[in-house]
Design a protein around this ligand. Structure first.
Ligand code: PNW
Length: 498
C-alpha cells in the first residue's frame, strides 16, 4: 500500500514521550535532612575517581527545586517523567527499620506535582546509589542483598504505590556490575574487586537479578490487585554488528556479544526456558574449566529462582547509546595485555567506524549509530516474541563549552526517533514509548560535568543552578505535540518562548 511520506512520519496514537533523570545525578542535598550516604557519595569523595574531581553534593539541586523541574516537564508537554528514588534518602541505613520522613515528603511532593500536571511518573527504585551501610555488609556480592532490595521495594509500593502506576526495579545492572566491579567502560562505584573481575561481576549481576525477581513478585503477591500498576526492568542494550557480515565466525562473535551483554539479563526473564543464555553458560563453563576451576565463574540459579525470574517484567525498558563492530578474537589476540575482561570472555574484538559521529571528550564512548537501535529492536522482537518495549533512555552528550543552539543534539535525536518509528511501522516492533536522556544537564558519573546531556542547560557555576531551554528542548516539545518526527529547528527558534 502506498503511504504519503508525511503520513509515514507519525507515531501510533497513545505513544508515550518521556524524559529521564536519576536521583544521584540531579538531587544534591547529599547530606541534608537525614539522608544516608550511598556508594556514590563515598566514591566521588575518594580522590582520582572522577573527571576534574567533580562532586554531586549539590548537582542540579533538584531536592530544593520541584517547582522548576516540573515547570520544564510541563513546557516539554511530555506524558511521562522517569526519575529515580534515592534508597539511602528514604532508608538511611538501607533497611525499613529506620525511615527518613523528609525523604518520603520530598518524593510525595514531587509525585503530587507531576500528577497535578498530568504527567505520569515512571519511578526507578534503584539507579546505582546503593546505601553505603549495605555495601559495608557486602553489597551486591552477598546473597542477602536480594532480600534487602525486596524489603525496600515493598516499602516503596506501600509508601508511593497508590499514586505510582509504573515502576522500574533496577537501572542497567550491566553497567553497575561492568563498571562498578570491573572498570570496563568507566570505573564506577563501588569501584572495588577489579582484580577479581573474572567472577565478581557475574556474582553481583546474579544477585541483582535475584533482587529484581523478588521485587517483582512482592508486587504480584501483595500490591498488583489493589494498585493495578506495572513493574519492569531497565537494561542498556549495545548493538553488535558483525565486522564482516559474510563471515560465519564474525556473526557468531556478534551473537555471543549480545547474548553476554543484554541476553545475560533478559534471557532469564523473557526466554521460555529462563536462565542465562545457553551460549553464555557454555562459553563461561569452557573457559572456567580451562582455567583449572572445578565449576563455572557464572553462578547457577536454583530451579525456584529460574521460575521466579521467568516473566518477571511487565515491560522491557531499553536504554540505547552505542553500537560496536565485532569479530572473533584470534588465539594470538588472547595473549595481548590489558584486554577488557568482557572481550576475553566473549572471545571478541570490538571496533567502531570512524565515520560514526563522536560526542564529548576523547574518553567518551558516545557516537551516533541510529540504525543500531533499529537492529536491536528487531533482535528483541525475534529473540523474545515481540515484548512490549519502552525506550527508557537515549541521548547525546556535549562538552561544556557548546552553545544552547544544539543543532547536533536535534539531528541525532531526530535520527534515533526516526529509527524507532521505522521499527514500529516497518518491522512491527511493539515499542510503546521513547525517553530522552536527559531533561537537564546533570552529574554524568565518572565524567562529572564534562558530558552534558540536557535538553535544558544548567549553570553549575551559579549557586541557584538556573535552568535554560536549549534549541533541542523546543524541538522535542514540537515532536511531542505532533507525535511525529520533525525537521530540526533553525537558530531563530531561540527567540521563541517555551
Ligand atoms: C546510562 N554504554 O548509562 C545511565 O543510565 C545514565 O545514568 C547515564 O547518565 C546515561 O546513560 C548517559 O551516560 C550508560 O555502554 C551505560 O554506552 C552504558 C553506556 C551508555 C550509557
Amino acid at each position: 500500500m502506498f503511504v504519503a511520506e508525511e503520513e509515514k512520519k507519525e507515531f501510533p496514537k497513545g505513544f508515550i514521550w518521556s524524559v529521564a533523570t536519576s536521583a544521584f545525578q540531579i538531587e544534591g542535598a547529599a547530606r541534608e535532612d537525614g539522608k544516608g550516604l550511598s556508594i556514590w557519595d563515598a566514591f566521588t569523595h575518594r580522590e582520582g575517581n572522577i573527571a576534574d574531581g567533580a562532586k554531586a553534593d549539590v548537582a542540579c539541586d533538584s531536592y530544593h527545586k520541584i517547582d522548576e523541574d516540573v515547570k520544564m516537564l510541563k513546557e516539554l508537554r511530555v506524558q511521562q517523567y522517569r526519575f529515580s528514588l534515592s534508597w539511602p534518602r528514604l532508608l538511611p541505613d538501607g533497611t525499613p527499620s529506620h525511615v527518613n520522613p523528609k525523604g518520603v515528603e520530598y518524593y510525595s511532593n514531587l509525585i503530587d506535582a507531576l500528577l497535578e500536571a498530568g504527567i505520569e511518573p515512571l519511578v526507578t527504585m534503584y539507579h546505582w546509589d546503593l546505601p553505603l551501610a549495605l555495601n559495608d555488609r557486602g553489597g551486591w556480592l552477598t546473597s542477602e542483598s536480594a532480600t534487602w532490595f525486596e524489603d525496600y521495594a515493598r516499602f516503596c509500593y506501600q509508601t508511593f504505590g497508590h499514586k505510582v502506576q509504573k515502576w522500574v526495579t533496577l537501572n542497567e545492572p550491566w553497567t553497575q556490575v561492568s563498571c562498578g566491579y570491573n572498570g570496563d567502560l568507566w570505573t564506577h562505584a563501588p569501584g572495588c574487586f577489579k582484580e577479581f573481575n573474572d567472577w565478581v561481576p557475574y556474582l553481583a549481576a546474579h544477585n541483582m537479578l535475584r533482587a529484581h525477581a523478588k521485587a517483582y513478585r512482592v508486587y504480584d503477591n501483595d500490591f498488583r490487585r489493589t494498585q493495578k500498576g506495572e513493574v519492569g526492568l531497565v537494561n542498556i542494550g549495545l548493538w553488535y554488528e558483525p565486522l564482516n557480515p559474510d563471515s560465519k565466525s564474525d556473526k557468531a562473535a556478534a551473537n555471543r556479544s549480545i547474548q553476554m551483554q543484554l541476553g545475560w539479563f533478559l534471557n532469564p526473564i523473557y526466554h521460555p526456558e529462563g536462565d542465562y543464555p545457553k551460549v553464555m553458560k557454555d562459553r563461561l563453563l569452557e573457559l572456567s574449566l580451562k582455567e583449572g576451576r572445578c565449576k563455572s565463574r557464572l553462578p547457577e540459579f536454583t530451579q525456584e529462582e529460574i521460575e521466579e525470574l521467568k516473566g518477571s517484567s511487565d515491560f522491557l525498558g531499553l536504554n540505547y547509546y552505542i553500537t560496536y563492530l565485532t569479530r572473533f578474537r584470534t588465539e594470538e589476540e588472547f595473549k595481548e595485555k590489558g584486554v577488557r575482561r568482557r572481550l576475553l570472555d566473549a572471545g571478541t574484538v570490538e571496533s567502531v567506524d570512524p565515520e560514526w559521529k563522536h560526542f564529548g571528550p576523547d574518553y567518551s564512548p558516545f557516537r551516533s549509530i541510529p540504525w543500531g537501535l533499529r537492529h536491536l529492536l528487531r533482535w528483541l522482537k525475534e529473540e523474545y516474541g515481540n515484548p512490549t518495549v519502552m525506550i527508557t533512555e537515549n541521548g547525546v552528550p556535549q562538552k561544556q563549552e557548546q552553545a544552547d543552539y544544539d543543532e547536533i543534539r536535534m539531528e541525532v535525536l531526530r535520527d534515533h526517533i526516526e529509527a524507532v518509528r521505522q521499527a514500529i511501522a516497518l518491522d512491527d516492533c511493539n515499542v510503546i514509548g521513547y525517553t530522552v536522556w536527559s531533561l537537564m544537564d546533570n552529574y554524568e558519573w565518572a565524567g562529572g560535568y564534562e558530558l552534558l546531556f540536557g535538553l535544558y542547560a544548567v549553570d553549575f557555576k551559579d549557586e541557584n543552578r538556573p535552568r535554560k531551554p536549549r534549541a533541542s528542548a523546543r524541538w522535542y516539545r514540537d515532536v511531542v505535540k505532533a507525535n511525529a518526527v520533525l525537521p530540526i529547528l533553525g537558530q531563530e527558534c531561540m527567540e521563541e518562548d517555551m
